[in-house]
Design a protein around this ligand. Structure first.
Ligand SMILES: [Mg+2]
Length: 310
């Protein structure tokens, strides 16, 4: 089956013709040091032949709202058949991996909880690198974060004098009193760690304040910047690669966000594929400070490339 874009893409005046992909017609800056192209071979085919591990964003890549993106479920089937390791990576700090898995299964995309890395799970791994079992942690966050902290053997506290770490994720029942306690703990020297920096949440009611807004509040009140684990921090991708037992040069990040997924991939030194099925448009790519290695319409193009080349 030919790999062709499902809609026409405008030419980019910044890209010399010989670096454009003859198959996809997408004109993007290509880093030849990252993936060597054979004579005229499209970059995506070179990429799927040389990389074996896939880190995949969810919203805008696997589904939009409550609708799955065509080919997404089958993409993971192709990976499983070829025994290629993968992890779905989400900045969402409110859900557990089990809840994300159930949400995906409800849309017909079969993904097990162990194939999902949430920002709270990555935060738990990060904390346990430096802090022992039983360390007292103050949590701003919902079920996904609370469960991840308890599951990692950390002790939850609301006492600013006892907290060694303040961990902040999205909390839709946050109160001024709890913000005061978190600020006091941070001022007393507790480490300040954040699951994700997303400023706004896209919802059916429009954009709602995200965890990044709470972080800005705490930073303004304490003068302390948080250590961020979720995308665009490379920490989450490094934790994901460690969990899969793969190296940077073996790994691809697929996402729909230039400032989140692609930037995290660039910072973590992995190959990056931008899909245009979510927030980013081809016009955004032309102005991106950290452009992706490959731009395609949707994850289904990667599925087709796996079938054709791997
Ligand atoms: Mg996304």
């Amino acid at each position: 089956m030919p790999l062709v874009p499902t809609r026409p893409l405008p030419p980019s005046p910044t890209c010399p013709p010989k670096t454009s992909s003859p198959v996809f017609g997408v004109c993007i800056p290509i880093d030849y040091t990252l993936v060597q192209m054979d004579d005229g071979e499209p970059l995506l085919s070179a990429l799927v032949k040389t990389r074996r591990a896939y880190l995949v964003d969810l919203d805008g890549v696997i589904y939009t709202g409550s609708r799955p993106i065509p080919g997404a479920g089958q993409f993971f089937e192709e990976l499983r058949q070829r025994k290629l390791p993968f992890l779905l990576i989400t900045n969402n700090s409110t859900r557990t991996g089990r809840q994300v898995s159930a949400h995906l299964k409800g849309m017909g995309v079969l993904i097990e909880p162990e194939d999902i890395l949430t920002s709270p799970e990555a935060t738990a791994v990060y904390l346990r690198r430096d802090w022992p079992t039983g360390t007292s942690v103050m949590v701003i966050g919902e079920e996904g974060l609370v469960r991840a902290m308890v599951g990692a053997g950390l002790h939850l506290t609301t006492d600013p004098a006892l907290a060694k770490v303040v961990v902040c994720g999205l909390d839709r029942r946050l109160t001024y009193e709890r913000l005061v306690r978190a600020c006091t703990a941070i001022r007393h020297g507790a480490a300040f760690v954040a699951t994700n920096p997303d400023l706004a949440l896209p919802t059916e009611q429009g954009f709602l304040p995200g965890n990044g807004a709470t972080l800005a509040y705490l930073e303004a009140a304490t003068g302390v910047k948080p250590t961020v684990i979720g995308k665009p921090s490379p920490v989450m991708l490094e934790i994901a690669m460690a969990r899969l037992g793969v190296e940077q040069h073996e790994t691809v990040m697929i996402g729909d966000g230039l400032q989140t997924d692609i930037l995290a991939g660039v910072r973590a030194s992995v190959a990056t594929i931008l899909v245009l099925s979510g927030v980013a448009t081809i016009a955004d790519v032309a102005h991106a400070a950290n452009p992706p290695d490959v731009v395609i319409d949707s994850i289904d193009i990667v599925r087709q490339a796996l079938i054709e080349y791997v």
